[in-house]
Ligand binder design. Sequence first.
Ligand code: PSV
Ligand code: MN
Length: 388
Amino acid sequence: MANDSQVKAVLDRLKIETPSWAYGNSGTRFKVFAQSGVPRDPFEKIADAAQVNKYTGSAPSVALHIPWDKVEDYAKLAAHAKEEGVVLGTINSNTFQDDEYKLGSVCNPDPKIRDRAVAHLLDCIDIMNITGSQDLKLWFADGTNYPGQDSIVERQDRLAESLSRTYKALGANQRMLLEYKFFEPAFYHTDVPDWGTSLVHCLALGEKAWVCVDTGHHAPGTNIEFIVASLLRAKRLGAFDFNSRFYADDDLIVGAADPFQLFRIMHEVNIGGGFDVGTPVSYVLDQCHNIEAKIPGQIRSIMNVQEAVAKAVSVDQSALKAAQKSGDVLAAHEVLMDAFNTDVRPLIREWREGKGIDGEPMKAYARSGYAEKIATERVGGNQAGWGA
Ligand code: PSV
Ligand code: MN
């Protein structure tokens, strides 16, 4: 069994980035239920993200989405983040909300529209240069709805060319993270539907191109831990976008739908060195809180990841190896289940207290009065939401 200090050392290193869009209003295509106290601009989103960091001690950076988080002065936004005790993290591009992108962005048959999409990606890199962000996150809504609508292979060529133009603009310490998604908003075919397609493009581009695994972007029953193990083996797992799904891209709280799946994924991450010092894997939440409160929703998400990671790190690796070598199927399975069934909450509570934060982040936040404060103060203006 890994000892408690090993688990605590991993928890010390594990930083989980929160997304600016989690703090804004969100919903389904049927209804967005506005909440009180929701930020009106990126500065207020960052203030909320800082609360998540304050009560978890593990969320020191905030992912931005451009243009939702567009500001006049990104240096000022970065300085504000610093004052709040966080930094600006991944820059998420948006090539899916302009009318021009009806037939796609970087894969569009019209070269002028591809140019427009690439220009946006280059703008994102300019922002990264000001904010000090290391990662450019690429998720493309490109694809087709009908067989014959466009050439699948030519769209791959256009994708490769657009990616390569973007890749060339990356600075020495910058990376691009290529996310895949098997469907939506395109339904017949998606241009980056799976980890294989993403990996093929990343390998062709070079060592600054990495695959991002969004846990929600898989068909039901997909063995995500296999994908993660394979990408770690290929040294191309750049990041996670964490969330849970029951049916589609539900963007629910990570670990809520299937904590055992999250544990299995974290176990492969542990084996593949994803929690080692200097790991290239970054851990990011990509969620929306449609009906639950947003800041506590993010705190709960971080706690869920920490619990899954603590269990995964607790797996008795030597007992597991011995059982695997001797072909003892049941013993090997038992080693894994023992770790999964261990209640790691007391250990994590102790770890938090050792760091000088409250052992119960949800309760500490609720007691703090911050939710009431923002509900009173943030009156007037336009609440942030998708597209703002
Ligand atoms: C859309 O599926 C999506 O959730 C992707 O996962 C991106 O990471 C996110 O939006 C932000 O653009
Ligand atoms: Mn995502």
